[in-house]
Write a protein that binds this ligand. Structure first.
Ligand SMILES: N[C@@H](CCC(=O)N[C@@H](CS)C(=O)NCC(=O)O)C(=O)O
Length: 319
């Protein structure tokens, strides 16, 4: 005897909603309005004092899909630090819900184990990017915003492009203002859309996100970059979110008012940064798709990985 469709739908919806709410409340911390609250990074040392700059002393732990880790790969490439700061490329482990090391390091298979190897008893999140000191086997910093400042300023002696300053003093105020705006509404804004647990939280995040993108598209009519005519760290911070936008956030995170390729100036801005020497090599589109759609289970329970869309703004520039 066939089960009535209304019964299947109502039962399925009720069970799924409860499981979804349970998973989201565990995986995506929220406030009482259902808004996603990103936890603070815990390791915040600078490269000074105990940690002095030296070639081949520090190592970056990164994952291709992560926009925060991607910032550090772009700055490393632009500064020409490939020969003095090595990387370990981690793999997103969909079942364990964390990062796996490509080979055993200090007896560890996972990033979480490595965090605990350096800090026994550590119970916080084990995130990428993470800057590791091979001399003392300790974590220097796991906040991307700070790691890129360190890479920009502290390793000039070993950089192929020491002359490139991505945070000139004269632009400091403007950099900080934009950092605040884009963190809240764009970098974390896309996650606030995707991880919202109420309709109101999603609507709010969505409108803040597109208000900022509209504003930036306007601004780029009169200048090349966020702070004027020079590329700065704030552009890199925006870039790594924008490059994932049409691929992932537009669909999986419901950031769907427009795509970046619908913005006349933002798409050119994105092309321009993508085509700076070394930057395209830091973008692994297939892994981005695989990790977001494959690993963020509560958002894509069927596990189907979409095809790579045409990203015309990247191709057109290359032709
Ligand atoms: N505020 C951090 C955020 C880093 C972050 O959330 N990384 C994610 C990947 S996109 C991660 O490693 N998550 C693993 C976890 O939370 O266990 C930063 O900018 O460095």
């Amino acid at each position: 005897m066939a089960i009535p469709p209304s019964w299947i739908i109502q039962t399925g919806r009720s069970i799924w909603t409860q499981i979804w709410q349970l998973m989201m409340s565990q995986l995506a911390p929220r406030n009482d309005r259902g808004e996603y609250q990103r936890p603070q990074s815990e390791f915040r040392h600078r490269v000074d004092g105990r940690y002095s700059p030296a070639p081949n002393r520090y190592r970056l732990y990164v994952g291709w899909s992560c926009p925060w880790a991607h910032r550090t790969l772009v700055v490393r490439a632009l500064k020409g630090l490939e020969d003095s700061i090595d990387i370990t490329m981690l793999r997103g482990d969909a079942n364990a819900g964390g990062w796996a090391l490509p080979a055993l390091e200090h007896g560890c298979n996972t990033l979480a184990q490595l965090y605990r190897f350096a800090n026994p008893g550590y119970t916080g999140r084990s995130t990428v990017p993470m800057l590791w000191d091979t001399q003392t086997n300790s974590i220097v910093n796991n906040e991307s915003a700070e790691i890129i400042e360190i890479l920009n300023a502290e390793f000039n002696e070993y950089a192929t492009h020491p002359e490139l300053d991505l945070a000139p003093i004269a632009l400091q105020d403007s950099i900080e203002q934009w950092n605040d705006i884009i963190y809240q509404s764009v970098n974390n804004g896309v996650y606030r859309c995707g991880f919202a647990q109420t309709q109101a939280a999603y609507d709010q995040a969505h409108s803040e996100l597109f208000a900022t993108l509209d504003r930036i598209d306007e601004l780029l009519a009169t200048q090349d970059y966020l702070c004027g005519e020079l590329l700065t760290l704030t552009d890199i911070r925006l870039f790594t979110t924008l490059i994932r936008f049409d691929l992932v956030y537009n669909n999986l995170f419901k950031c769907n008012r427009r795509r970046i390729q619908d913005y006349p100036r933002l798409q050119i801005y994105l092309q321009k940064i993508y085509n700076l020497p070394g930057v395209a090599e830091t973008c692994n589109f297939q892994t981005i798709l695989q990790d977001y759609y494959g690993n963020l289970f509560p958002l894509n329970p069927g596990g189907i990985i979409p095809q790579l869309p045409d990203m015309i703004y990247l191709h057109r520039w290359l032709e």
